[in-house]
Write a protein that binds this ligand. Structure first.
Ligand SMILES: NC(=O)N[C@@H](CC(=O)O)C(=O)O
Ligand SMILES: [Zn+2]
Length: 427
């Protein structure tokens, strides 16, 4: 397909290009990129991008697609469609499915299904241990051969440090990153919201910051010993920020991500009895939230991810203690980041493109995440001025579980182009 994108603001982190121009897409790649492109034959599609940002296709390092086994919550196809609508051209699926993705066959299942049916790239992350039981290593090398971009035990931490270190060594030897969900399992003790004044007020068991911080510290030390690239998932505490800053000062191979709910909401926002405010890690205090925002601004955090965690309506209607952790995020990440960080002058549009595309690509050693002539045509077009109200009924995702339903936002995904084809267009 031949697509001409006209007069958008091209934001390319790889060479810091920030200028108005046209992009011509043909045969899956970026054919031309300059101030004004004249086509001899009319392209099949012309997109008027006046006033819009053109970014390299967004990459979400943290998504739960629930496939196989939990497809009443989401599946590869609905999740990928939600991703396309949210501006993502690549999403990484976490392995906490049923069964857990801990061997090559299961990786192949997701990749084959996605190749056949998904409008965007889906990359399956492999589990660290068999069935995520934390006891025996998964077939990490087999999964690497099958094409996993990373390993992760997401949903929990591998509490046995010796086993985790072995896994990190394998990851280091094969030059793939380890994505760490940091949570000391023995300290959670039934907690369901942040441990603070609010949890006391609600009479709910709390999760303290140390639950996260202890494992962040441990995992950074393991990265130091093994040389593995460590990517810290959904960071939520102010001390996580300090520890990542220190690790980077020491030039350790450590990166970190923050999710929109953690840089926007605090435990004060939790509505009693509404499990759409229940996620792991929990919404923390204002001090933590402000530290995360500053960490994003100062580039201590490399990545904004969604931790898209769909659950059924019935599951999320349970009580705060009974409902599962997690909220959806694929279709709200762009408008929330635009509204809360870019329009407020905390992040530049270029920083947004870095944290949502270029840096995630670098972390998984992908050649995407850049707008360059000859590179694969994964492109996201965003109308920064478009205002609307988030309505979960319009989501492509099966999951409607979001605390942001009804929220006013400014900044909308206009089109998502993946491998030179239109994966989503707002019409
Ligand atoms: N974040 C969550 O609250 N839930 C995730 C697990 C995870 O990402 O840790 C899920 O799988 O539902
Ligand atoms: Zn997690």
């Amino acid at each position: 397909m031949k697509i001409l994108i006209k007069k958008g603001r091209i934001l390319n982190p790889s060479d810091q290009t920030d200028k108005i121009g046209d992009i011509l897409v043909e045969d899956g790649v970026i054919k031309e990129m300059k101030e004004e492109i004249e086509c001899k034959e009319t392209p099949e599609k012309i997109i008027d991008a006046k006033g819009c940002y053109i970014m390299p296709g967004l990459i979400d390092l943290h998504v739960h697609l629930r496939d196989p086994g939990l497809t009443y919550k989401e599946d590869v196809v609905t999740g990928a469609k939600a991703g396309a609508k949210g501006g993502f051209t690549t999403i990484l699926a976490m392995p906490n499915t049923k069964p857990v993705i801990d061997c090559a066959d299961r990786v192949n299942y997701v990749h084959n299904k996605a190749k056949e049916l998904a409008p965007i790239h889906v990359l399956q992350v492999g589990a660290v241990t068999k069935q995520q039981k934390g006891e025996e290593l998964a077939d990490i090398e087999g999964m690497i051969k099958a094409g996993i971009p990373a390993i992760s035990e997401d949903g929990k931490s591998v509490m046995n440090t010796r086993i985790y270190k072995e896994a990190m060594q394998i990851a280091a030897d094969h030059n793939i990153p380890v994505f760490a969900h940091c949570e000391d399992q023995n300290m959670v003790n039934g907690g369901c919201v942040n441990e603070d004044e609010k949890s006391k007020e609600l009479g709910l068991p709390g999760i303290s910051n140390a639950v996260e911080d202890i494992i962040v510290a441990r995992d950074i030390m393991l990265a130091k010993e093994t040389g593995a690239s460590l990517h810290l998932c959904h960071c939520s505490t102010k001390d996580s920020v300090r520890m990542i800053e220190l690790a980077k000062e020491e030039k350790l191979p450590v990166t970190g991500e923050v999710c929109p709910h953690h840089f926007i909401l605090t435990s004060d926002d939790v509505v009693a009895g509404d499990a759409n405010y229940k996620m792991n890690p929990p919404l923390r205090t204002k001090e933590d939230r402000d530290a995360l925002v500053k960490g994003l601004k100062d580039d201590i955090f490399d990545v904004i991810s969604t931790d898209h965690a769909p659950h059924s309506r019935e599951e999320k209607q349970r009580s705060m203690t009974e409902a599962p952790f997690g909220i959806v995020g694929l279709e709200t990440a762009v408008p929330l980041t635009m509204t809360e960080l870019v329009h407020k002058g905390i992040l530049t549009p270029m920083q947004m493109a870095e944290k949502m595309s270029y840096n995630p690509a670098k972390i998984i050693h992908s050649d995407r995440g850049r707008l360059e002539v000859g590179s694969p045509a994964d492109i996201t077009i965003i109308d920064p001025e478009k205002e609307y109200v988030i309505d979960s009924k319009t989501f492509e995702s099966k999951g409607k579980n979001t605390p942001f339903n009804g929220r006013k936002v400014k900044g909308m995904v206009k089109a998502t182009i993946c491998d030179g084809e239109i994966a989503y267009i707002e019409e």
